[in-house]
Design a protein. Structure first.
Length: 340
């Protein structure tokens, strides 16, 4: 194992005290030019790198915020991270990006790591909808902001999108195109987004005078393309196949699209398709995908701003906020075939 050079070795090499080396590193204006140059030469010669984490612990304020998301393979969360990082960089902070992989146990492990590292704060899209992981984390006194979730209590901030409205927009559009038989492909219904988007889809049916039970629900184990392909296979096996499909995210929709293409089913002529998130790949799909757009970059940016406000110099003036943004339906070819 390589030896790590410490500040005492630099002091010995330069023939000065440890305090003088510390001053050269942190307050160089306080040290005479000749002494400063001798210390800096020793630092270069020995290859000394100061421990930023130790300095932060002494100062009681980390320069790292953590971002814990459900799935870094989903471009939606890449956009969220981009928005958060822009705010962090402007504040000369770094972002530790972690992926829970939709696992409550991995989420718990990461939250423990954040507590051990005493990060400045955490942005999190929780996998554990029971709230136990966050309840345990709260005792460490590290602020956190929920992203793409609504915090049910007034004990913290959250930035989310109105997913009920998003589901309504998606199915309302399909109904307006003449479809009365609609399937909903979701991820695990333990996730609040999947529940809310289903609620919105059912609301659109009720609004049109159809029973909410008319929505054919296919639940997938995950929110990825492979799960979408599997759901597409189940859809193809239905005796009375729906003419329209609304998916809880674009990755699921792209997987369904692949399954339909492989079976020779034409989209949108035989089956119309709507996704959710409006990731970059949605517009670039073989059949450009109609999708409910979430302002992902804006979500990440606003969540980071709330976190920095809560952890900044005027933290005592901070008031928790629950910000809910509106989604937008982006119509493309995948849903535009008219029904008789």
């Amino acid at each position: 194992m390589a030896h790590t050079v410490g500040i005492k070795e630099v002091a010995r090499q330069a023939g000065v005290s440890v305090g003088t080396v510390s001053n050269v590193i942190n307050r160089p204006h306080m040290v005479a030019d000749e002494t400063r140059e001798r210390v800096q030469s020793a630092i270069v010669e020995l290859g000394y790198v100061r421990s930023e984490s130790a300095r932060q612990l002494r100062a009681g304020q980390s320069r790292i915020i953590a971002l814990l998301v459900l799935d870094m393979a989903n471009p939606f969360f890449v956009d969220v991270a981009s928005g958060a990082e822009r705010v962090a960089r402007a504040a000369t902070l770094g972002v530790m990006l972690c992926n829970s992989a939709q696992s409550t146990s991995e989420e718990s492990d990461y939250l423990s790591l954040f507590a051990e590292q005493r990060v400045r704060g955490v942005l999190v899209t929780p996998a554990d909808m029971s709230g136990r992981n966050l309840a345990d984390f709260r005792r460490h006194g590290i602020p956190f902001v929920l992203v793409d979730r609504v915090l049910p209590s007034a004990e913290g901030c959250s930035v989310s999108v109105d997913d009920v409205l998003g589901g309504t927009l998606a199915v309302r559009h399909l109904l307006a195109r003449g479809h009365s038989s609609v399937a909903y492909v979701s991820g695990p219904m333990t996730l609040q987004q999947c529940q809310d988007r289903k609620e919105g889809a059912e609301a659109a049916l009720t609004e049109a005078g159809l029973p909410a039970s008319a929505l054919r629900h296919l639940e997938a184990e995950r929110l990825d393309v492979a799960a979408g392909r599997d759901a597409g296979g189940r859809l193809l096996g239905m005796a009375d196949r729906p003419t329209a499909v609304f998916c809880a995210n674009d990755l699921l929709a792209l997987g369904v699209l692949q399954a339909l293409f492989a079976a020779g089913v034409r989209v949108p002529d035989e089956v119309a398709l709507v996704g959710y998130d409006d990731i970059e790949f949605a517009a670039a799909a073989a059949v450009p995908l109609t999708s409910v757009r979430q302002p992902a970059v804006r979500m990440g940016r606003q969540a980071a701003e709330l976190l920095l406000e809560e952890t900044g110099e005027e933290a005592g003036l901070h008031r928790h906020q629950r910000i809910v943004l509106d989604p937008e339906l982006i119509v493309r070819e995948s849903s535009l075939a008219a029904r008789a």
